[in-house]
Design a protein around this ligand. Structure first.
Ligand code: 7TS
Length: 419
């Protein structure tokens, strides 16, 4: 977990960040004649050269299907694909590679769990406990599961600073609670939730916990065995890897209990029209040809992050967060949405009298990419009584100079709109 006192003691020198930046080809391009300032890392991160080259190498030299061929290329591809699974296992500190299921991304990982929970555990009279700061992809799959089974959703509220309101914790967990599904780091508020404590508490009541780690794994060290969660979901593309590949971690126990999510090739041991025997875990959950290149690209991305060191990345991003917060807050009319004590490098804000979309467009013309909208967290927007925010989210390659350019763009927007 992020330890603020530890982070404060680490400073990443400018030249180190400059070397990190040099690993990302896209950062050298211009937009509207201005150097690109990419501050939409919560949506997706840019890719280091090593990931791009890994994909190119796979398709140029090794392309073939996995788990099927007896020939050289297929054996190589299978070895790399399974090696990627072991890399993921080590990266998140899982007990076994069999607990790592490759999926399309966080969204598919959560849908898989919701679907299987609906088939095995959920029923009328039971509750699925969520929080008000969930991404839509950790809400809608549970609504679908609830519709199907008669279970109900229950929501942990948030406070004005964007933290979970846990003062009536004992009322939250009851014998009716079938599962807690909680976001590790909020994508619209930046809040780092106390997931370890929540998991401990839920487990006291025998309640399984799913953690949506989409915004966590690139920004803080995550250790699954320390957390002891039942499920953990994340997307490769938010941790410098390719799109279309993601991870569902699940305790082996659950993968054994759950029925398959999809049927098809690779997930079976034998098929007759009368009866199909399923493959062992995790293959039972990987029907059809997987995203082989994606998994191998993800392995390259995770190794890249590890080579830089997540502690150093986190320390650098915390400094960017502090600087951006201070600079933006000092502009009259700017309101930061999400002021939790523990935050990852995400700053959501509004500017009085300017719609976030106009702000986004003005920033864009300056070559600055920020996200504007509800960020797929409409319940968060409803809580704050706003339709949208502008959001800057930082990654390992961002710099204080880029924050200065964002601040200048916000000031320019204010001048334009207020005359
Ligand atoms: N959960 C959280 C917390 C997220 O931030 C996102 C994507 C998802 C789940 C879904 O991930 P996917 O890879 O399956 O799409 N968040 C964002 C965002 O903040 N802006 O664009 C996508």
């Amino acid at each position: 977990m992020t330890n603020p006192s530890l982070l404060a003691s680490v400073t990443v020198p400018e030249e180190v960040v400059a070397a990190w930046r040099a690993d990302f080809p896209i950062l050298h391009r211009t937009v509207y004649g201005k150097p690109l300032v990419y501050l939409d890392n919560a949506a997706t991160t840019q890719k280091p050269r090593v990931v791009i080259e890994t994909l190119q190498h796979f398709y140029s030299e090794l392309n073939s299907n996995v788990h099927r061929g007896v020939y050289y290329l297929s054996e190589q591809a299978t070895e790399l694909y399974e090696d990627a699974r072991r890399t993921v296992q080590r990266f998140i500190g899982a007990a076994s590679p069999q607990e790592i299921v490759f999926v399309r991304g966080t969204t598919e990982a959560i849908n898989l769990v919701a679907h299987c929970m609906a088939r095995t555990r959920l029923r009328a009279g039971l509750e699925i406990l969520l929080t008000q700061m969930e991404h839509h992809s950790n809400i809608v799959p549970w609504q679908l599961a609830a519709e199907q089974t008669g279970a109900r959703l229950r929501v942990i509220p948030i406070t004005a600073s964007g933290e979970l309101k846990l003062d009536h914790e004992d009322e939250l967990f009851t014998e009716r609670t079938a599962l807690l599904a909680v976001v590790h780091v909020s994508n619209s508020l930046g809040t780092i939730n106390p997931v370890r404590e929540l998991i401990g508490k839920a487990h006291e009541y025998g309640i399984p916990v799913l953690v949506d780690g989409a915004q966590a794994v690139a920004h803080l060290p995550v250790n699954i065995q320390e957390l002891d969660c039942d499920f953990y979901a994340f997307s490769g593309h938010k941790v410098y890897g390719p799109t279309g590949i993601g991870v569902l971690y699940a305790k082996r126990y659950w993968l054994e209990e759950f029925p398959p999510y999809q049927g098809g090739g690779d997930m079976i041991r034998s098929v007759t029209f009368e009866r199909t025997l399923y493959n062992e875990v995790p293959y039972k959950f990987e029907a059809g040809t997987p995203n082989i290149a994606g998994a191998i690209g993800l392995k390259a991305a995770l190794e890249y992050v590890q080579s830089l060191g997540l502690e150093r990345i986190a320390a650098h991003e915390q400094q960017l967060l502090a600087y951006a917060t201070e600079q933006l807050e000092s502009i009259p009319g700017v309101r930061i949405i999400g002021t939790a004590r523990h935050k990852a490098s995400i700053v959501s804000f509004t500017v009085e009298g300017i719609h976030p979309h106009d702000l986004g467009t003005i920033a864009d013309r300056e070559g600055i990419a920020i996200r504007v909208g509800h960020h797929c967290t409409q319940p968060v927007m409803d809580f704050f009584g706003i339709p949208a925010t502008a959001r800057a989210s930082f990654a390992l390659y961002n710099t204080p100079e880029e924050i200065d350019r964002l601040v200048a763009a916000v000031q320019k927007a204010i001048e334009l709109f207020r005359g």
